[in-house]
Design a protein around this ligand. Sequence first.
Ligand SMILES: C[S@@+](CC[C@H](N)C(=O)[O-])C[C@H]1O[C@@H](n2cnc3c(N)ncnc32)[C@H](O)[C@@H]1O
Length: 205
Amino acid sequence: MSQFNAALLTRQHHFPVWFHNYTGIKPPEYWHILYDLLLREDRDQLIVEIGAGYGDVSALLRWMEFRHLTCVERDNSLVSYIEDKISQVCHTKVDVINASYPTKLDFTPDILIQVNCVYAEEIYNKDEYLDSIKETYHYNGVPKVFLFEAIDASYREPNSEFPTFVRLGFDDISSLFPLCSITSHITYQYPKNKITKVLYKICAS
Ligand SMILES: C[S@@+](CC[C@H](N)C(=O)[O-])C[C@H]1O[C@@H](n2cnc3c(N)ncnc32)[C@H](O)[C@@H]1O
């Protein structure tokens, strides 16, 4: 996949900064964690990936042989990138919905994945942010597993992209999902990385 992405970079030069994560030989750490967290999951479950970007996590999921993957990506210009990557790297097709999640689906996802996808748009405080996460979680019925990567509250540097109200701790997540069993996994740690992020595995009881 890194070769596929590196070849894309030689042909075009307008990729966002985060895309460069996936062009090196070493995959980003959150892929390893995602892989471990999904390893024992049934490959026939219905997976929805929110904010698929250029389809890198989607390709990882396909490579893990999850058969029923739906990608939701709001940026119309990225849809063909996702489809091309899955076709050329994984030799299969994938369903891509061009919409901003939450959007109505005609099924309930078993596994809902939102990683590397925190945006503070049209949200002005922590309560609104927490409500938006809850809405995402419930919108198409409660998934068995929600994999959600958050900016961590331990990260205290000024950063206008990630205002303090989108920085969450374990207590915030456990208050949002009081009946779920939850594990947390650090994916990025400041100052080694630019920011601290935590991937939560939220399992419905
Ligand atoms: C930083 S990229 C990460 C892509 C992918 N998750 C990964 O880790 O490789 C985030 C993507 O999410 C998309 N996005 C953000 N919010 C979204 C939403 N509510 N619904 C669908 N797509 C969204 C953006 O357009 C962008 O392409």
